[in-house]
Structure formats: C-alpha cells, structure tokens
Design a protein around this ligand. Structure first.
Ligand SMILES: Cc1ncc(COP(=O)(O)O)c(C=O)c1O
Length: 307
C-alpha cells in the first residue's frame, strides 16, 4: 500500500462522529457535537429559500457576495466599533474551519512555531503540521483558564510566527477579559507574531460578559486574523458560512489559500446570512438569554446528578 500523508493518516478517527453515532444508537442527548435543538431563525431560513428560488445559484465572487461582506463589516462596526473595509478586509469562507485553515496556511511556513492553548480545538494541530509548523502547546488551568505573563514568556520564542487564540474558549467557556488580551497583544508585538483568532462563539456570552475581539486591542489591528462563523451565530451549523477579517496584506494571502480550498461558498446561504447579520440588537440579546436559560437548566440537572 502506498504510504499516505502522515499528518492525516496518523490522526485517530474523529471522536465527534463516534459520539454522535453512539448518541443516535442509544437515543441519548448528544453533548459531543454542537447540535442546536431548534431549527434556527425562520426568517433567515426563508431568506435562503427565496434566494434559491430567485437566482443566486451560480458561482458567486470568490471573496464572497459584496452584500455579505458589507453586512459583516457593518455588524462588527455596530457591535465592536471595528472599522473594516468590506472589499479589502473581509472574506467569506465555507465555515469557520475553512477560515482557520486559510489563515494558518497563509501564515505558517516550515519550522515556524505556532502557540496553541490547551484545551485545543481539533482542527488547529493537523493544519499547522501540514504547513510544516511546530505547535507549541500551552496548558490553560482550570477553574479560570486565564493567560499569565509566565506562561506566555515560556511559550514565545524568536521562532514564534503565530498564536492561535480561541475566545470565547470552547470547551471551557471562558470569555477573556481585556487584561488578558492586552497581555497577549504585548507578546505578539514583542515577538512580531500574528494572532489567528477563532471567535466563532462571539455571540454566545452570558451573565453580562462582553466579548472583546483581539483585533480591537491597540497594536493588533494589522497583526490579527479574525475568524467568525454564521453557523454558530444563528444556530445553523450545517450552513458552513465563515468569515475572515484581516488587514489587506494578511487577507490577500488567506484569499489565495481559499481560492484553492473551496474557491467560493453557497451564494443563497450568503444572501440569508447577510440578512441575518443586519437583525436588531434585540434579536442577538434574546438569543443569548434563551441559550443562558438552557445553560441554567443543564447546570441544575448536572448538579442534581452530583457533578
Ligand atoms: C472553537 C471552534 N472553532 C471552529 C469551529 C468550526 O466552525 P464551522 O462549523 O463554522 O466550521 C467550531 C465548531 O464547533 C468551534 O467550536
């Protein structure tokens, strides 16, 4: 048998699929994969259906439909006072996963060190390794999972090319405070590193906490690649519409990777996501309140079971 690419051949079979199959077999609630139990906002699904019926079925622009890129820029301007140029600083991808892959392959070259924090989302390490990068794993400690000066000082070296930072953090559910972001920004500056920020859970924040994108921290605007996912924002996980936001020199290279990964993304779904991102603040706030109620219910149940 021909030898295969070891980065992927040696990976264990994906545990998510196994967990989901076990949940189906046992008629159990599936906590192994992020399956929302409601069908997603009806008006957004209708916007997608209308777009399928009324055109929007051919190859769209490689960078994403202009109306979606404008909606992404407007959304982040409204929520985070981030000033993005939709045409040179925003790209649409097929999910957050493709956005992350485009970002990693755009930045990492053989021998580069890439700092990743554990617990680590499963897609980062294989792609870093495929790029020839060397993951430097830094363990975050419960119960607070915070960053510290000492941990960053021991992780960053002159070979550090990038840091992969997931905020809010899956699965520990930390929403990083400004203090930690400023600390990380200081190290990125000192070591001239790019921050690839996986912020797909940006709207899932509870109890009055505020998600602060690292790209908004002073000094990070030109060295951050921000990744988002409409699947997570609207609980439409199968749609796989992601976004990359970055300064033009970073985005230009990520776009070249995207060109040869998927080239483009379903245009009808892009139209619907553009509509969804423009929904009022009330929509996003009540979605958070509803998820917080589910969180409270689960917590109460787990506590009754003695966890
Ligand atoms: C932390 C994190 N990053 C990225 C993704 C992938 O997002 P998408 O489904 O848009 O590819 C997920 C999905 O669960 C995630 O939890």
């Amino acid at each position: 048998m021909t030898s295969m690419n070891k980065v992927f051949a040696d990976l264990p079979v994906t545990i998510f699929e196994a967990m989901s199959q076990a949940a189906r077999d046992n008629n159990a609630i599936n906590l192994g994969q992020g399956f929302p139990d409601d069908p997603g906002p009806e008006d957004i699904r209708r916007a997608a259906a209308d777009a399928v019926l009324n055109g929007y079925n051919q190859y769209p622009s490689m960078m994403g439909l202009p109306e979606l890129r404008q909606a992404i820029a407007a959304h982040y301007a409204r929520w985070h006072q981030l000033d993005l140029d939709p045409m040179s600083e925003v790209m649409v991808t097929s999910g957050g996963t493709e956005a992350l892959t485009s970002a990693i392959l755009a930045v990492v070259e053989p021998g580069d060190e890439v700092i990743c924090f554990q617990p680590v989302y499963d897609s980062y390490l294989p792609i870093i390794r495929q790029a020839g990068g060397i993951p430097k794993l830094v363990r975050l400690e419960p119960p607070h999972w915070r960053l510290s000066e000492e941990m960053l000082r021991s992780a960053f070296t002159p070979k550090t090319k990038a840091v992969l930072f997931n905020n809010p953090l899956n699965p520990a559910a930390v929403v990083y405070p400004r203090e930690d972001l400023e600390l990380l920004a200081r190290f990125c500056h000192e070591f001239d590193a790019v921050a690839i920020c996986d912020e797909v859970w940006e709207h899932v924040v509870f109890d009055g906490r505020e998600h602060i994108p690292l790209i908004t921290i002073p000094g990070m605007r030109d060295r951050t690649i921000k990744v988002g996912s409409a699947g997570k924002i609207f609980s439409l996980t199968g749609w796989k519409i992601g976004f990359v936001c970055a300064a033009p020199p970073l985005l230009r290279v990520a776009a070249k990777v995207h060109q040869f990964l998927t080239f483009t993304t379903a245009p009808n779904l892009q139209v619907a996501v553009a509509y969804g991102l423009g929904k009022s603040d009330d929509y996003f706030l009540s979605m958070r309140a509803e998820l917080a109620r589910s969180r409270d219910r689960l917590t109460a149940g787990l506590e009754r079971l003695g966890f």
